[in-house]
Design a protein. Structure first.
Length: 250
């Protein structure tokens, strides 16, 4: 499994939302870290082919994803940033609807829905309306739909947005368990979402990839004259501040 982006660029008018982005993703969890407007969603929308790129290539196992078309979409799971959709549906109804959109064969759908409901611990509430769910449960429904069809590539755009710390930690644990044997890209502006689970962290700023390294490497990558913001030891937040130069707002 290899998802390879080379010089991928996306413009909105004069603005480059993503500038010549190059990186190769293999099995593992990648944290895409950056402030609002850094280009995280743009990167994910390009990989999911929700927006057209202005330049560069995106290849999965050596073939451009535009050429792969549906066969790439079939191995892709996507948890979008926006929420509040389909509130009137039940968890099961919502998943059935998305399973059909995802071209999962009808006879396989009931079993597949049960599988993803169990993965996200929602089996007991499958007949309840999404509007009655807590924020954490709603995010788990979105995670469940991303897992339909057992995707090799999982794209999670700010999965913990709007969650309280307890729910955030819970969702993070689900993601970590689901991530095995997949390529997982997780966008966030919250360092603690990915610090413990990402094998590699990509720092994005104003559409540019500033740095890509393991959390450990990032911690030791700071120049000797950089001082921690508080106390005498560095945290990953200090690294974020050094490279991205703004407050990661918790
Ligand atoms: N549909 C769009 N039209 C115009 N500009 C956009 C659009 N989507 C994103 N942008 C701009 O592209 C930049 C990157 O946005 P985005 O990828 O959403 O960042 P992030 O997800 O990191 O917050 C921002 O400056 C944003 O305003
Ligand atoms: Mg975004």
């Amino acid at each position: 499994m290899e998802l390879k982006l080379e010089n991928v660029t996306k413009r909105y008018g004069q603005k480059e939302a993503l500038s010549a982005f190059s990186h190769t993703f293999r099995e593992g969890i990648y944290g895409i870290l950056g402030a609002n407007g850094a280009g995280k969603s743009t990167l994910m929308n390009l990989i999911t082919d929700n927006v057209k790129r202005d330049g560069g290539s995106i290849e999965y196992n050596g073939t451009d994803i535009l050429k792969l078309g549906d066969s790439f979409r079939d191995i892709l799971g996507y948890m979008p940033q926006q929420q509040g959709l389909y509130e009137g549906m039940t968890a099961e109804g919502f998943l059935a609807y998305l399973a059909r959109l995802k071209r999962i064969p009808g006879r396989k759908i009931p079993r597949e829905i049960t599988r993803v409901l169990r993965l996200t611990n929602l089996a007991d509430v499958r007949h309840d309306k999404i509007s009655s769910f807590s924020g954490g449960m709603k995010q788990r429904v979105l995670l469940a739909q991303a897992m339909l069809g057992d995707p090799q590539v999982l794209i999670l755009d700010e999965p913990t947005a709007g969650l309280d710390p307890k729910e955030r930690v819970r969702l993070r644990n689900y993601i970590f368990e689901l991530a095995q044997n997949r390529i997982v890209l997780l966008a966030t502006h919250i360092v603690s979402d990915i610090e413990a689970i990402a094998g590699e962290i990509l720092l994005l700023k104003q559409g540019k990839l500033i740095k890509a390294a393991s959390p450990k490497e990032l911690m030791t990558s700071l120049p000797a004259d950089v001082k921690p913001l508080m106390g005498s030891y560095f945290t990953l937040e200090d690294v974020y501040l050094h490279y991205l130069g703004e407050d990661p707002d918790e």
